[in-house]
Write a protein that binds this ligand. Structure first.
Ligand code: GDP
Length: 553
């Protein structure tokens, strides 16, 4: 009999006696992102998680949500045409006395920046893998980001009802790609037409597979592993092979170590078939039992104009949160936008006075919403880990810190140096004002990076993926009535610039006047035409710092 891999049902951690009442609210929250390569089954799994938590009643609702989004928003046509998800979304559900916040991530690589930012707002990730394809390109990129942040990852190997790869192979690949040890929590018996079910290592029982999307988790038959003869008689050689490979897998993997999982060094692995509702409940339970509640977040405080690091605890008294995503409202007639804020500490209640740290101005949202599976609702209260949306007419940017008064700025929201540039040429020069407004807003949303060359001339658009240009061109036309032509330009990348003294910076700017530009947040950048530019400039100005990544400051 294999040794028991799954011993710990952690989740809740002890509360210090004197901690404020927010602690119990914070502890029951789980905020995670769902990541996968397109077509691995992310949407299907999301829907089933919502279904089994009771957040939605009927299957098909998540797809329905996608469809209605298309209907209300023209620019989402692009998404429909290409069958990709441009915008990421947020869904909240409750399950076993826990509040679960699920953040979807766009699968297409051209929107990877958006995804990176979503990953800064979560405490764990659920990785969906197509069992026939293993770890695919887009998953690999996402894993890299999770690893940089030591984000704990739960792995779901999907589509076991198809002809797929051997589970040992998949584990091996996940281990190699993730650089984490896999600890199987469930194990498949057979696959494809001969998929018999999964063995649950914790309960030492087998759940029998039946195809169909109507079945609820409790409807599946469960047989204890101790009834070996019965299982053998029913599943034949598949059962023996599964037991054998499971023993190999368990023997080769370390014992389950919850701390190692939290440190991003071990991943629990589950097998199943999302479309058949199978093996999904185990994942939902793992989110509650294993995934961490919100943890502390790093911020910096300005003390005598100098940044000083400060760790914000989720149950700290004061409200604080960070804007990790800004999205144009779906209604094209209104120019309002939703700033998605991940609550980092304290409690949000309606009517609270909030300020935007960057500007020191009061935030006056027209509405504050929470994202249920299919609808938005006015927020009654929110705690660390929750995602709330502030509808505003402006004044909020990606990376902004919102507080109820404390002077702090969260760090860590990344902007990547663009890898491609285009110049924007307006077809009708009378629309200049609209263009500027459009670009400003799209830049603030992070849909694209907008650079204004210091020496004048056309605005530059910088992107990490080609598709971003198309989305922006489309949105400028439909939302701002600005037909633009995008033309190639000599720049191939950019570096944000800083220096230890203003004098050094001035000298640098004077040496490269035609290469200097400011981005939407007002940060100074140096435009490059070849990979050698930075090296040469660095040699000439050794004290200047060139940054390929800008964190919101
Ligand atoms: P996403 O692009 O990752 O969101 O993937 P979807 O959830 O849209 O799924 C892609 C396709 O795979 C759809 O046709 C699903 O019906 C199908 N699919 C999802 N899960 C399973 C599964 O467990 N078994 C099989 N056979 N197909 C599945």
């Amino acid at each position: 009999m294999p040794r028991l891999a799954y011993r710990c049902a952690a989740g809740a951690q002890p509360t210090p006696e004197n901690s404020v009442s927010y602690a119990s609210e914070t502890r029951r929250r789980r905020t995670f992102a769902i990541i996968s390569h397109p077509d691995a089954g992310k949407t299907t799994l999301t829907e089933k998680l919502l279904l089994f938590s009771g957040a939605i009643q009927i299957a098909g609702a998540v797809k329905g949500r996608k469809a209605s989004r298309h209907a209300t928003s023209d620019w989402m046509e692009i998404e429909k045409q290409r069958g990709i998800s441009v915008a990421s979304s947020v869904m909240q559900m409750s399950y076993r006395e826990h509040v679960i916040n699920l953040l979807d991530t766009p699968g297409h690589k051209d929107f990877s920046e958006d995804t990176y930012r979503v990953l800064t707002a979560v405490d764990s990730a659920l990785m969906v893998i197509d069992a026939a394809n293993g770890v695919e390109a887009q998953t690999r990129r996402l894993i890299e980001v999770c690893r940089q942040r030591d984000t704990p990852i739960i792995t779901f190997v999907n589509k076991m009802d198809r002809e797929v790869r051997a589970p040992l192979d998949i584990l091996d690949e996940v281990e190699r790609e993730l650089g984490m040890s896999c600890v199987p929590m469930t194990w498949p018996v057979g696959q494809g037409k001969r998929f018999g079910g999964i063995i649950n290592l914790r309960t030492q029982s087998m759940t029998v597979f039946e195809a169909g999307s109507e079945r609820r988790p409790q409807d599946f038959e469960t047989i204890p592993l101790s009834e070996t003869e019965r299982l053998r008689a029913r599943f034949g050689s598949e059962f023996d092979e599964a037991m054998e490979s499971m023993e190999l897998a368990v023997g080769a993997s370390p014992a389950w170590d919850h701390a190692a999982f939290l440190a991003g060094k071990q991943t629990p692995v589950f097998f199943g078939s999302g479309v058949n509702n199978f093996g999904v409940m185990e994942v939902l339970d793992a989110l509650v039992d294993l995934a961490p509640p919100p943890g502390p977040r790093l911020s910096s405080l300005l003390v005598n104009k100098q940044p000083v690091e400060k760790t914000v605890q989720p149950d700290d008294e004061g409200f604080s949160g960070v804007v990790f995503k800004v999205q144009a409202n779906m209604d094209a007639n209104h120019r309002d936008r939703i700033a998605f804020v991940r609550v980092a500490s304290g409690r949000y209640t309606p009517g609270m006075k909030l300020k935007v740290q960057r500007t020191g101005k009061e935030l006056r949202p027209t509405s504050v919403v929470t994202f249920m599976s299919q609808r938005r609702e006015a927020v009654e209260e929110a705690y660390a880990g929750d995602i709330i949306g502030f509808t505003t007419h402006g004044g909020v940017q990606l990376g902004d810190t919102i507080t109820d008064g404390a002077n702090l700025q969260f760090t860590g929201l990344p902007f990547f140096a663009p890898e491609m540039f285009m110049t924007v040429v307006l077809k009708n020069p009378l629309r200049t004002k609209q263009l500027q407004q459009g670009l400003l807003q799209l830049g603030e949303e992070g849909a694209i990076q907008v650079f204004k060359p210091d020496m004048g001339g056309n605005m530059l658009l910088g992107a990490v993926g080609q598709l971003q240009f198309e989305v922006v061109q489309h949105r400028l036309a439909t939302e701002y009535d600005c037909e633009v032509r995008l033309e190639g330009c000599p720049y191939t990348s950019a570096r944000w610039i800083s220096a230890d003294s203003p004098q050094e910076l001035r000298e640098f700017e004077a040496a490269y006047p035609t290469r200097m530009a400011h981005d939407a947040a007002g940060a100074l950048a140096y435009l490059c035409t070849s990979p050698y530019d930075v090296r040469l400039a660095q040699e000439r100005f050794p004290k200047i710092h060139f940054h390929p990544l800008r964190e919101h400051a």
